[in-house]
Design a protein around this ligand. Sequence first.
Ligand SMILES: [Zn+2]
Length: 254
Amino acid sequence: MKQIVKNLIGRKGANQLRSVETVFKGWKLSFGNAVECPICRHTYSRFLPFRHRKNALCPNCRSLERHRLIHLYLRDKTDFFTTPKRILHFAPEKCWYKQFKSNPLFQYETADYMVSFMDNIGAAPDHVMSIDDIKFPDNSFDVIIAIGILLLVPDDAKAIRELHRTLKPGGYAVLEDPIKSGPTEEYDLSTPEAKAASRQKYGHLQYRYYGENEYHKRIAEFGFDVVRSEYAQELDRHRYGLGGHRYVHIAYKR
Ligand SMILES: [Zn+2]
């Protein structure tokens, strides 16, 4: 049924329909105060489900569990919101875009790879470029945000070197990729069949799946001091809708 509707109204129409649906469901939940989004500060009786995860999606700003945990960590444990800084944000998330763009302390620039318009934020990126080829001189940024990006690049070493090169000394990268128990798995996507299988399984080309005890070590190999915080343990998981998220990874350039 969903596919039939999508065929009739197209992808843009389907996205608009989904937005209306989300707004309506969010309106019904907005009379409650059991959960709180630290990003947009709205409260609800619960967050909306997302991909079979309960209490996951903020009806207002569309933040998910990982965004809220990262936001709380940056707010409570770093200077992110309190000192002026130049920020580069890859594949910017809708929940942060307007807030960061309008923050007078931030010189905020967005980037995406081979994308001239980003549906989720309704704008073009400031820079069309890949994380493994950042078109800026050394020591350009105080902070680079790249969430769910390193698993998408064929050579993650090249990408991490670029992050290190373009961050100012003492600057930091806010990185978060899906992690799993056990060792990191690398996937060979050199054949059309392997690419098709990856798209089928993940919806995109995924070159690896990081092991939870290897992710921070991989980033540290390239000159970063990586803070692997378990701040989530100190927070009210249900109230902020943090799901099973355990770690926040912040990579400081040495
Ligand atoms: Zn929100």
